[in-house]
Design a protein around this ligand. Structure first.
Ligand code: CS2
Length: 505
């Protein structure tokens, strides 16, 4: 440990001395700017990497100003390092590290609101991108509409010049550009929402309509919100990761991010003005993102959430451990191949069977140490687009969806807030209290319990709440999980599903 403490901290002088920067930004052309809201590990391991690679490939000079909406931690990590950080790609074959220099600064909104608004107003800011997680959109997950009851949204509507949410911040700065007669920027949503760009556009317009109908119209007609599909598994960095990297490199990097080798980004090519030449470094700029996004949200994220709830309840801390359990691996294979794939129009050039087998490989990467608890967070904001939309399609197709229903039941069981031994689970979810209250009174009466869940329209759409088939299946599988525990219930499910497939043959 003392050796690690004695190692110098990564910064510009050290990076130059050790030749860690492939190209210096001062040697490149005119500065163009992306302001990124929500500069967590995902942005640093994904979009920032592509932007840096595009700079290097095309002698361009795009820089990122990161904004944290609340926490000071990323600023504390990055400022002393002059914005430099390592991306450590890892799998069983070992690690490869590279140092990123594309992030110029990190601003913390509550502490530096003027600096943030200035960055958004600058003419060389062409793009404002976001990874603020699902709950950062302050919307109703089932309907996709802005939640006007949200206290932060209420605050921002009453105090637009001191916004606290990404939505308030976007409207405040777009209003400024509109009033000054300046060109808008492109708003690039990089979170795992269905139709993410269009969903954000609708939320921003609904917010603006509360204040100024003409501004709302200007946004609707002039500001592009391209849809995107983003994919890279990026677990939260741990102290252990930092210590290991320090041992390996002999300098400390408190802002490092750890990720897999795989990375994918598909973007709808509708920008207001300039953008990095991402297409030169493997990003797909396409007309229609929807098929890519459906495949990714339903297969990767749907399977991820399913394995997180069921795996956590079965005592597994990490995703790769879940994959070592034969029943869970068989379950994931079943929901992907039999239930989810038939609901997806294959994106051009992608074989969905191979895609889902690759996902199982990616989940099995033991070097990532990706926590089931991390994925389990914010279920109410994730489950609709990851599992429930697929179930809606299954109902329309009139085909079996017991596995998906089992996963939803797993989420509800997790949200009850105690594990199979009766020990508390700290459920992190903006709707945790509402979910907890549903089961508090009706825990012992499964029909009443399901009545409670199926009137929770923030999560379950009207069509699901009214579907007798969905109600019957959810009642059945949640009942089996509550009576037998997840492990036995899973064996019952696998048996019943193989009977269903055998009957079909
Ligand atoms: C994960 C995603 O935490 C989660 O909910 O499912 O962050 C997932 O790792 C990424 O979407 C992969 O691209």
């Amino acid at each position: 440990m003392s050796e690690i403490m004695l190692s110098p901290r990564l910064n510009l002088a050290l990076a130059k001395e050790r030749g860690l920067l492939s190209v210096e930004s001062s040697e490149l052309g005119t500065v163009k700017q992306i302001v990124h809201l929500g500069i967590g590990a995902f942005h640093r391991a994904h979009q920032a990497v592509y932007t840096q690679q595009a700079n290097e490939m095309c002698d361009d000079n795009w820089q990122v100003i990161g904004v944290s909406l609340r926490s000071v931690s990323v600023q504390e990590q990055l400022r002393p390092q002059n914005g430099l950080y390592s991306v450590c790609q890892t799998d069983v074959s070992g690690n490869s590290n590279s140092v990123m220099s594309v992030v110029k600064d990190v601003l913390v909104l509550p502490n530096e609101p003027i600096k943030v608004l200035t960055a958004l107003a600058q003419a060389h800011t062409h793009i404002v991108s976001l990874t603020v997680t699902e709950k950062g959109y302050c919307h109703d997950p089932a309907s996709g509409n802005l939640d006007l009851e949200n206290t932060q949204i209420r605050h921002d509507l009453d105090n637009l010049s001191t916004p606290t949410t990404a939505i308030g911040l976007l409207v405040c700065s777009l209003k400024d550009r509109y009033e000054q007669g300046f060109a808008p920027y492109t708003v690039l949503c990089c979170d795992n929402l269905s139709n993410n760009g269009q969903t954000l556009k609708q939320i921003v317009i609904q917010f603006a309509e509360q204040l100024d109908k003409e501004l709302a119209l200007w946004i609707a007609e002039n500001v592009p919100f391209p849809n995107t599909m983003v994919d890279r598994i990026v677990p939260a960095t741990t102290k252990n990761d930092i210590s290991e990297l320090t041992r390996e490199l002999d300098y400390q990097d408190l802002a490092m991010v750890k990720t897999e080798r795989f990375s994918q980004w598909v973007i709808e090519d509708t920008f207001a003005s300039d953008r990095p030449k991402w297409e030169k470094v493997g990003v797909s700029l396409v007309k229609d993102v929807e098929p890519f996004e459906n495949a990714k949200l339903r297969l990767l994220n749907g399977a991820h959430s399913s394995l997180a709830y069921l795996g956590f309840l079965m005592g597994y801390d990490y995703v790769h451990q879940v994959m070592e359990n034969k029943d869970l691996a068989a379950f994931l294979n079943h929901i992907m191949q039999t239930e989810i794939i038939p609901t997806i129009e294959p994106p051009q050039g992608i074989n969905l069977i191979e895609y889902s087998l690759d996902l199982l490989q990616r989940f099995s990467n033991p070097a990532l140490n990706h926590r089931t608890y991390q994925i389990a967070m914010d279920g109410s904001q994730k489950v609709p687009q990851r599992l429930l939309h697929t179930i809606e399609d299954k109902l329309e197709q009139n085909t079996p969806f017991d596995g998906l229903c089992f996963a939803v039941a797993g989420w509800l069981r997790y949200s009850m807030g105690f594990d199979l031994k009766g020990d508390p689970i700290e459920v992190q979810d903006p709707l945790a209290d509402e979910l907890f209250n549903i089961q508090k009174h009706d825990f012992y009466d499964i029909d009443k319990l399901i009545d409670g869940y199926l009137t929770f329209e923030k999560v379950f759409s009207k069509s699901l709440c009214e579907s007798a088939v969905f109600r019957q299946k959810l009642t059945y599988w949640l009942g089996i999980i509550l009576a037998n525990g997840v492990e036995t219930a899973l064996k019952i499910l696998l048996m019943e599903c193989s009977n269903i497939s055998a009957e079909k043959v």
